[in-house]
Write a protein that binds this ligand. Sequence first.
Ligand code: OAD
Length: 250
Amino acid sequence: MYISTTPSEKLKELYSNARRVCVLTGAGISAESGVPTFRGGGGASVWKGMPFTEISSAQMVERDLDEVWAWFDYRRDVIKDKKPNEGHIALAEWHNRFEDFTLVTQNIDGLHWVAGSSDVIELHGNINRARCVMCEARFDLDRDKKHESDICQKCNGRLRPDVVLFGEYLPINAFERAMRKSRSCELFFVIGTSALVYPAAGLPEIAKEYGAYLVEVNPETTPLSSICDEVLQGRAGEILPMFKHQAYCK
Ligand code: OAD
């Protein structure tokens, strides 16, 4: 395994020649935009004394949907003025660079879209959307308003944030597509995730199993580091722009 703060010659060559590339991002890609990570001890770790795994859980929706809204309204407020950073921007350019590029994210902040990425596979939903608990209709939220008492315009059911909570399944189409792309890519980057939450953390393992060159970008080691072909230790906003001037052999 290659560990460094800059890409190896082998990776540069693979990057120049690759056609099918897949990326999985986590909270770390947005850290340099000022969005707190979950396990970094910042404002996304605890809510009113409750660990985020409890307030962000399916049981909480049953028990106290108002409180779930209060937590996600707070997080929307934290996110609303945040801008994409160099990491998001570098990845947005990769869509045009590779014949088949897939960006999968665990983040709900929508910053990949704002950076110009198209077709982002959002495994955990999006904080700027609500979903009806009865008919599953989805609605975009106004960034500046609170929405806890909104009612579904189609069936009058109660709305909830359109995010995946602990104890809930991932959107099946999104996950299946991410799995397919993980199996068929040549190069897989896992960026800014502690790789503790499954099934998302299983995607890099699948990619590796099916023969992809696996690269991690993270200032810390994770449970995935040991199976990676290359570990780039550093911030996404510093490492990803290093690929910008890489020769283009398509
Ligand atoms: P975590 O908070 O668990 O991990 C963030 C990772 O980002 C850590 O490994 C950090 O070392 C790394 N990191 C920090 N700053 C970075 C930077 N500038 N560049 C690159 N990496 C950096 O967040 P996730 O792994 O995304 O799920 O968490 C996974 C899931 O757990 C989330 O999607 C969320 C949470 O519960 C749900 O809400 C369902």
